[in-house]
Design a protein around this ligand. Structure first.
Ligand code: PLP
Length: 453
């Protein structure tokens, strides 16, 4: 530990943190007595240090959040400066940090999404986007995709498509789920992307008609589904969704909480498809999670609904000055340091070719897919049957072994069911990105032994 520059005092603080955590902290999405949370005693750039003083390369960005890496000095300084000026102010007051953050979000989001409602994170952004769509259209039902994640609060988890929704199912919140395109596990028996796109759009339109063509307030979709497996939509799909939303008078909500703010190599993932939604939700990358912040960018039509009629919703911390100061500093740093361009370049020159090489070599890899600094490795027991290495919603000894093998070699991975997501900070160096892939290459040798012949 001494060699890694971690002091005995830090290690002692880490031991105490773990002890108190196990005594008093109740963790999300976990069986409390079965977890052993990793202690993090410090972080910098693309690295974190664990409770034993080991340095690990953060290929997770802490739930795909710290797009600018840990402890970016410009953002830390901006938070400190704002804390010295004004730590909190209620949402009904105008404030320089909030105004500037809103201006920057309006400038970066596509089309005329020029009004911004701030929230504290992604789930409440989703809740408010749906509420706005319902009030604007006077309709109730909401369409969302089965392989999706939209948050852990009541309505956000109900529109979520992954199995965590089922444990939170308290009745019909008006949500209707459908299958979005995913060629590797096609629900439509499609052989090509074009076929998958066409059949997925036909399936969506049939669902709308069978569920009530004039009943839907909104369709919510992650522009590139993240937690569910980074399935980049095939060409034409999001344009088709946009057309169906317009045809049936519903709002198109693009959920950019994970994919937004440079993760995909463009400011927003929807920018890859030349589509403008009616509402766009964001959080995470807007300020790299340094202080909780999320929000909804709103079209002029929806804004007009609330021009002379009160919007019935709000949050005490909406547009918190420390969070907004962090957002302004984050966005400016991303621009100055060309992080979005760097993420696009990493996708083309390091992750794309590097992961394709791993896929060619390892029998446990079913598919690799992604763009920018947003990639998934899908692990299977059998490349022909495509049986997942862990069930959807579950874990397995093979996946646990893979995670441990990565950590013991100095890599902190993002694992989800049968997948490893490669989602480091956008400003990771090409050298560190390659080093991370080399660790994955070694660690995957153990996973290959779980492949059934
Ligand atoms: N929407 C998407 C696409 C997400 O990926 C997430 C979180 O991962 C959320 C919403 C929920 O965000 P939060 O955890 O900040 O509430």
């Amino acid at each position: 530990a001494a060699g890694s520059g971690v002091s005995e005092a830090e290690l002692e603080a880490g031991r105490r943190a773990y002890e108190l955590d196990r005594k008093h902290v109740f963790h999300s999405w976990s069986a409390q007595e079965q977890i052993k949370p990793m202690t993090v005693i410090r972080a910098e750039g693309s690295y974190v240090w664990d409770g034993e003083g080991n340095r690990l390369l953060d290929f997770s960005s802490q739930l795909v959040n710290t797009n600018i890496g840990h402890q970016h000095p410009k953002v830390v300084a901006a938070i400190q400066e704002q804390a010295g000026k004004l730590c909190t102010i209620a949402p009904q007051f105008a404030n320089d940090a909030r105004s500037e953050a809103a201006r920057l979000v309006a400038e970066l989001t596509p089309g005329e999404l020029d009004k911004v409602f701030f929230t504290n994170g992604g789930a409440d952004a989703v809740e408010h986007a749906i509420r706005m769509a319902r009030l604007h259209t006077g309709r109730y039902k909401v369409l969302s995709a089965y392989r999706s994640y939209h948050g852990g609060t009541a309505l956000a988890v109900n529109v979520t498509g992954d199995p965590r929704r089922i444990a939170n199912d308290y009745g019909n919140a008006g949500t209707v789920h459908f299958h979005a395109p995913f060629l590797y596990r096609s629900q439509f028996h499609a052989a090509t992307e074009a076929e998958e796109t066409q059949r997925a759009l036909e399936h969506l339109e049939t669902t709308i008609q069978l569920e009530g063509a004039d009943r839907f307030a909104a369709i919510i979709l992650e522009s590139i589904p993240g937690t569910a497996g980074i399935m980049v939509p095939p060409p034409g799909y999001l344009q088709g969704v946009r057309e169906l939303a317009t045809k049936y008078g519903m709002m198109f909500i693009a959920d950019e909480v994970m994919a937004g703010f440079g993760r995909s190599g463009k400011w927003f993932a929807i920018d890859h498809f030349d589509v403008v939604p009616d509402l766009l939700t964001f959080a995470k990358g807007v300020n790299s999670g340094y202080v909780p912040l999320g929000g909804v960018a709103i079209s002029p039509e929806i804004y007009a609904t609330f021009a002379d009629r009160p919007y019935p919703g709000g949050l005490t911390y909406s547009g918190h000055p420390l969070a907004c100061a962090a957002a302004v500093a984050t966005i400016n740093a991303m621009r100055e340091e060309r992080m979005v361009e760097h993420a696009a370049d990493l996708g083309e020159t390091v992750f794309g070719p590097g992961l394709a090489e791993l896929a060619a070599k390892h029998s446990s890899i079913g598919e690799v897919r992604g763009v920018g600094a947003f990639w998934a490795i899908e692990l299977v027991k059998n490349q022909q049957t495509r049986e997942p290495m862990a069930a959807y919603g579950g874990s397995s000894p093979a996946m646990n072994e893979l995670i441990a093998a990565c950590k013991s070699r100095g890599l902190l991975p993002f694992a989800n069911f049968n997948r490893i997501h490669v989602v480091p900070p956008l400003n990771i160096s090409a050298e560190d990105a390659r080093a991370g892939l080399a660790i994955l290459d070694e660690a995957l040798e153990a996973t290959d032994r779980h492949v059934e012949s």
